[in-house]
Design a protein around this ligand. Structure first.
Ligand code: GLA
Length: 734
């Protein structure tokens, strides 16, 4: 390499405090050090050959500091040394009582599994460490991928049965993570239910185990596979935060445990509930990716790290352009669902399309009701043929019209489901997951097809491939409107039936991957009755997600606050809909717009009911959104005031190159004539001067230009009054 290039590279690494190699191994001490721009992670071999965790936190730089793991002694006959040793991937065997990473049963009933180091391999940013059982050829490869510039690690495991007899896995996790020893830690996590997803919880971690999980077959509304743990003193922009997220859209589990020995540990992967995965000799199972990172700058720092990583490394087509922007911004979308429900037809959709185009909409999506005998939710699901009464000439006429207006066309599908009253179910009743001679529970009058079956997978791929090929469909809204029940797979041998929990999702991912490969321009939205399928697994295959069926703007502020802890605003589909909405609440149209403009803006209102004034406001807001869209969708998000603890919500987005920033401010309910709090901005260049533009004159500072230092230290004041008042301020660096 040219000397100047070497110097330049070396100084780059110094600036990022990154060593030339992200993975270092010290043979003499058998220690591994994984380094990113924000963190270090160290492991070492114990004298007994077990692989032990050593360190996870802010960056270390001196290899000599790292000694092998301290050797422990049994504290008592009830407190064996194994409980203090922090094994990277403990099998269930010997005297180990915490959550194991792997639990097996051999054909002869022997269940003891003790894993020891066998070998390892380093290739650039990948480290594979092979562990083997002490007696037989049960082999586990731990995969570590370091993303040095993103500050993240990815872990998962491949479990291989190298013995001559079958073995069944009863728990297969992706990773165990260990916090620095101590107590006083706090856990943040996301809970919810239909129409109330991604609610942020924050609570002390006590001794015992807290389980975040899905047993429902999809990621679920109830918990989202994300966690953040802080040392008890972190805030939005300060303090130490360890965080992680699983990439799996089926049954998953994250167990957060504090042992009696002042150790917090997190184990996650496939849910072990109802889990049994048989491996014949030579077969293996790969567990889902578990991503994790450390932030020294609070929850905001943690989420910005995840957002950038998702945009650039998780989402399809996430190639990085100069300035850090990713290739495709999300279009402004119109969806007909709340306007028409099942009453779609060519004439009605054409009228809506004309109106949407005039507002500046870029993607027109026709929702449920266009196929089979789908006039309500009791019939037709499964029959993916255009309804000839509603669309006598097929969909071509409507799609051509939409395209002629300059918009792309999208279509709602719910491939995994079937109504009992459908041709598909009449023809293939065995395609539904079921236990023979047991009831088949219906929810929303529908049953779940067993996508683990290859014939079901091929059929659904064929249906979607045909739709995407026959019509100029550029977008599928892929819905999934119920959880699993009676998850039987009677065609398989009893011992293999529970493979359904894994194979269903593998096949779902395969269909999505194949569709994308065959139709490179096709975009996909993941919806599951709202935010029931949002995780880093599905996000490798879809472009955006529907966070909630609840589009009531005030509720959305909290849903969005929770959502953005883990997921990038770019993928957060957010619609403006009509009022009164959920809770019987009516918020002003500009409040609804500004709420939705903090993600991927869409309109779901009945445009036929809008007044001229409504349409004028909408057209103005959509034009504004297009001006700030790169900042919202690819910039850095600072959550300045939380709807949980304030009577205002304030969010600020700063463009990746720092040239633009946007502040959204919402007053919920003013009391005692109190002024809205001063907004101190973040993430600006203190030496720069910004041109300040108020959306609506509610900004009290009238100077047209302000410095970054003033904006971040003295701050802005906005005149927000009464109930559900809102405003936006745009800053452009001069
Ligand atoms: C689900 C979705 C809605 C809509 C309906 C259609 O509830 O979340 O947005 O698509 O299905 O039946």
């Amino acid at each position: 390499m040219h000397r100047a290039a070497v110097v330049a590279l070396t100084s780059l690494f110094t600036a990022l405090s990154l060593p030339a190699q992200s993975i270092q191994y010290i043979e003499s001490r058998k220690v591994w050090l994984l380094t990113t721009s924000q963190s270090s992670y160290a492991m070492g071999l114990g004298a007994d050959g077990s692989l032990r965790h050593l360190y996870w936190g802010a960056p270390l730089w001196r290899l000599d500091d790292l000694q092998g793991p301290a050797e422990r002694r049994d504290v008592s006959s009830f407190d064996p040394r194994q409980m203090l040793e922090n094994e990277e991937f403990p099998g269930w065997g010997g005297p180990r009582y915490y959550e194991p990473a792997l639990k097996i049963v051999r054909e002869n009933g022997n269940r003891d599994l003790v894993l020891k180091y066998a070998s390892h391999r380093i290739q650039q940013d990948d480290l594979d460490i092979v562990l083997k059982d002490i007696r037989d050829e049960i082999e586990v490869t731990l995969h570590y991928r370091v993303y040095p510039e993103y500050g993240l690690l990815r872990r998962h495991a491949t479990v291989r049965n190298g013995t001559a007899t079958p073995v069944t896995l009863e728990s297969a996790q992706s990773a165990a993570w260990y916090l620095p020893p101590g107590d006083g830690y706090q856990l943040s996590y996301l809970t919810g239910r239909w129409a109330a997803e991604t609610q942020l919880n924050h609570e002390p971690i006590h001794e015992g185990a807290k389980v975040l999980e899905s047993r429902k077959g999809h990621t679920s509304h109830n918990f989202n596979p994300w966690f953040a743990i802080d040392a008890g003193d972190a805030a939005e922009e300060s303090g130490r935060v360890w965080f992680g997220a699983l990439g799996w859209s089926g049954n998953w589990r994250i167990t957060v445990e504090q042992t009696p020995y002042r150790q917090v540990r997190v184990t996650g992967g496939f849910n072990s509930f109802d889990f049994a995965y048989p491996l014949k000799p030579g077969e293996s199972l790969e567990t889902p990716p578990f991503y994790a990172g450390y932030s020294g700058s609070g929850f905001g720092g943690a989420s910005r790290t995840l957002h950038r990583f998702e945009r650039e490394r998780i989402l399809p087509g996430g190639s990085v352009l100069p300035g850090g922007a990713t290739s495709r911004l999300r279009p402004v979308l119109y969806n007909s669902w709340e306007a028409t429900t099942f009453n779609v037809d060519e004439a009605g959709q054409t009228v809506l399309a004309d109106k949407a185009a005039r507002l500046g909409v870029e993607m027109f999506v026709m929702d449920d009701g266009w196929f089979g005998a789908r006039n309500n939710d009791r019939a037709g699901l499964g029959d993916w043929f255009v309804n000839p009464r509603k669309f006598p000439q097929g969909l071509k006429g409507l799609i051509d019209h939409v395209n002629g207006l300059g918009m792309d066309f999208g279509l709602w599908v719910e491939p995994e489901m079937v109504n009992a009253n459908s041709d598909l179910y009449r023809k293939h009743p065995d395609w539904v997951m079921n236990f023979p001679d047991r009831p088949r529970s219906e929810l929303r009058n529908q049953m779940v097809l067993n996508l683990a079956r290859d014939d079901v997978k091929e059929y659904l791929f064929g249906v979607l491939d045909k739709l995407a090929g026959e019509y100029n469909v550029r977008y599928f809204k892929w819905d999934m409107n119920r959880a699993f029940s009676e998850p039987g797979w009677p065609e398989m041998a009893p011992a293999d039936q529970r493979k359904l929990w894994v194979q269903y999702d593998r096949n779902l991912y395969e269909i999505l991957d194949r569709l994308r490969a065959r139709h490179p321009k096709l975009e996909i939205e993941s919806c599951s009755g709202g935010g029931g399928r949002v995780d880093l697994g599905i996000l490798q295959r879809v472009d955006e997600v529907w966070p909630s069926d609840n589009t009531e703007a005030f509720d959305r502020l909290r849903i969005q606050e929770g959502f953005t802890q883990a997921y990038a605003p770019k993928i957060m589909s957010a619609w403006v809909t009509d009022v009164p909405n959920m809770n019987g609440r009516s918020t002003p149209l500009d409040f609804r717009f500004l709420t939705a403009m903090q993600g991927a803006l869409g309109i779901g209102a009945n445009l036929n009911k809008w007044t001229e004034r409504d349409s004028a406001i909408a057209a103005g807001m959509i034009a504004l959104y297009k001006r700030i869209r790169p900042t919202v969708q690819t910039g850095n998000l600072y959550r300045l005031a939380s709807p949980r603890t304030n009577d205002v919500t304030v969010n600020q987005y700063v463009a990746a190159d720092g040239a633009q920033a946007v502040v959204f401010a919402f007053r919920h309910s003013q009391q005692y004539n109190t002024a809205a709090p001063t907004i101190r901005l973040r993430g600006l260049d203190e030496r720069a001067v910004y041109r300040v533009t108020s959306l609506d004159g509610k900004l009290l500072e009238k100077q047209p230009q302000l410095s970054g230092a003033y904006l971040m230290r003295a701050g802005l004041n906005v005149n927000l009054r009464g109930d559900f008042d809102s405003t936006a301020v745009i800053l452009e660096r001069q």
